[in-house]
Ligand binder design. Structure first.
Ligand SMILES: [Zn+2]
Length: 304
């Protein structure tokens, strides 16, 4: 693995160590977990990029002859299924060199610890996310702090700055900070080529303004940059080259409809939609507008 623009920040943790709370509500009930974790047959998205997640939570495998990249680990209980899916495709979990993450909530980062253990991979995340991963739990400036379960700490975590990239074999992955849903929300971009046809792939993080009760995105003292952060993220989606979009919750980018269309033999390839990222940004903007209107209509100002 070769780092191109990454400033390897072992120092990061020193800066963040003070701010995080320990895991809370570790066994909070999860209404969606069984459905999220439903079995899904792995399949090729495009060229060397495969879907290896459960039916409700995306995990992506990008392969090269010199090792693979895995994005997102689902729930803690998803790790076994993800590892099995990688094997079903004919790849080895031990060849996963790097594990990446969209955002540090238990439904996308919960399985990373076990996948890291099985693969020996290095985990790479945004600075904020890396801090949470090392400590475990959920950070106090996370909008869902207090009402969602935390993650178990992950050991082999390294931070990469916004715009930083690295190589595994001939795969070049680039980190884009797309915060809002969490302060460390991260989208990843890479190119995959099938013969002479190369596509820009985008794994775009969740951009939904979801929070614990009492938290307001419009006046969040714990996360005062929330609205600027959302704006930065929408602008990224509106401008980044985007042929194939995948999202941590697969239905958000219509993955199953696209797969069905492909299986019906539709052409051109329904996985490809050059407007998908812009459409996702537009949808995100609408959700945030609705949320802010709702907050403006609430009379009492609560502490966040
Ligand atoms: Zn989340």
């Amino acid at each position: 693995m070769i780092f191109k623009t990454a400033k390897w920040t072992g120092l990061l943790w020193l800066a963040l160590a003070a701010g995080f709370a320990v895991a809370q509500k570790p066994s909070a009930a999860c209404a969606h977990c069984a459905e999220w974790n439903r079995r899904q047959k792995p399949f090729r998205i495009f060229a060397n990029t495969y879907y290896v997640g459960s039916h409700g939570l995306t995990s992506i495998l990008i392969t090269s002859t010199a090792g693979h990249v895995l994005i997102d680990g689902g729930l803690p209980e998803s790790a076994r299924q993800i590892a099995a899916n990688i094997q079903t495709l004919g790849f080895r979990i031990q060849d996963v060199k790097v594990i990446l993450n969209s955002h540090v909530h238990f439904d996308h980062a919960g399985g990373i610890r076990e996948l890291e253990r099985r693969s020996g991979a290095r985990v790479i995340a945004s600075e904020w996310s890396a801090g949470v991963m090392k400590k475990g739990g959920i950070a106090p400036d996370d909008p869902q702090y207090g009402e969602t379960r935390g993650i178990a700490p992950i050991r082999n975590v390294h931070a990469l700055p916004d715009g930083g990239s690295f190589w595994v074999g001939d795969i070049e992955m680039t980190l884009h900070l797309t915060p809002g849903h969490t302060p460390g929300g991260t989208s990843w971009t890479w190119k995959s080529c099938q013969g002479a046809v190369c596509r820009d792939l985008v794994y775009a993080d969740s951009l939904t303004p979801v929070s614990a009760s009492g938290f307001r995105f419009s006046q969040a003292r714990r996360y005062s940059r929330a609205l600027q952060d959302f704006e930065k993220s929408f602008e990224f989606l509106e401008t980044t080259p985007c042929d194939v979009l995948v999202t941590p919750h697969p239905e958000v980018s219509g993955l199953w409809e696209r797969l069905q269309a492909r299986e019906r033999g539709e052409t051109p390839d329904p996985m490809v939609n050059h407007d998908a990222c812009r459409q996702l940004a537009q949808h995100g903007r609408e959700l945030l507008r609705e949320r802010l209107a709702q907050e403006a209509g609430q009379k009492s100002v609560s502490a966040d």
